[in-house]
Design a protein around this ligand. Structure first.
Ligand SMILES: Nc1ncnc2c1ncn2[C@@H]1O[C@H](COP(=O)(O)OP(=O)(O)O)[C@@H](O)[C@H]1O
Ligand SMILES: [Mg+2]
Length: 239
């Protein structure tokens, strides 16, 4: 499997502040990786660094064979990285349809598979709300819209920052089912940051655990699912 994303010895943060201290990871085509850790250890900073929202002090970021460490955010998006931030960035005063339309991005020379119809097929409850404004949606619908917006950019890698946070179990089930479809039907690579550790480990075959900006454990998710004590020691609670 060729590497789609490769981070080597990343040191990154905000201005002078260094948050990530020597992180390395690789992700192949269609690979799914869970990123876990306590609050404030640098999970969001890691995804933000892949997207180009932080200050990179050292290390390299290679995506689809190109070093993108100095690339502008929009160029990373054009290269195929889709970012669903923790804050679910949607436009509150645009309708669901408009939110999706403005997020559409064609990628030259690539299959541009995503249409509004496909997003609605993935999230039927969003289809029912297509003419509602962003600020009229429930938390779960906002999360679906936020993911839908990222998909409209035709990504090959999706960065998801705590997509299940604060949602009811039935909505969580729907979102996880959608992620399974994305993996199976689109072979989408996914980096999934989660506080719901068990759900993330059940979804992604591999996991990276951060603590205070460093990688403290990496390996097969199964190993941690089978060893709840070890998991609890690494992230505090066993999700
Ligand atoms: N915009 C920012 N400017 C300065 N420091 C920040 C900023 N955002 C986060 N941090 C700090 O970076 C560290 C890691 O934060 P974050 O990546 O958000 O952690 P996590 O997502 O694991 O909860 C924390 O100490 C946090 O206070
Ligand atoms: Mg975070």
């Amino acid at each position: 499997m060729t590497d789609m994303l490769s981070l080597s010895d990343i040191c990154a943060g905000y201005g002078e502040t260094v948050v990530l201290d020597g992180i390395s990871l690789t992700l192949g085509d269609g690979d799914n990786l869970a990123v876990l850790g306590r609050n404030g250890v640098g999970k969001t900073t890691l995804l933000a660094t892949v997207m180009g929202h932080t200050t990179l002090h050292a290390g390299s970021v290679v995506f689809a064979g190109r070093d993108i460490a100095r690339s502008a955010i929009y160029k990373r998006a054009l290269a195929g990285i889709g970012y669903v931030p923790q804050e679910r960035e949607i436009f509150p005063s645009l309708s669901v349809e408009e939110n999706l339309t403005v997020a559409a991005q064609r990628r030259p020379g690539r299959a541009n598979a995503w249409t509004m119809a496909r997003v609605f097929d993935l999230f039927p409850s969003l289809a029912a709300r297509r003419r509602n404004m962003g600020n009229q949606l429930s938390g779960g619908e906002q999360q679906m819209l936020s993911i839908g917006r990222a998909l409209m950019g035709n990504p090959s890698l999706l960065l998801l920052d705590e997509p299940l946070e604060g949602l009811a179990p039935v909505i969580i089930d729907a979102l996880i089912a959608a992620l399974h479809r994305l993996r199976q039907e689109d072979r989408l690579a996914i980096m999934l940051v989660e506080q719901h550790a068990r759900l993330a480990l059940e979804f992604a075959p591999r996991v990276l655990i951060l603590d205070r900006g460093k990688a403290v454990w990496a390996g097969d998710s199964r190993a941690l699912l089978d060893d709840p004590q070890k998991l609890a020691g690494l992230i505090g609670v066993a999700g």
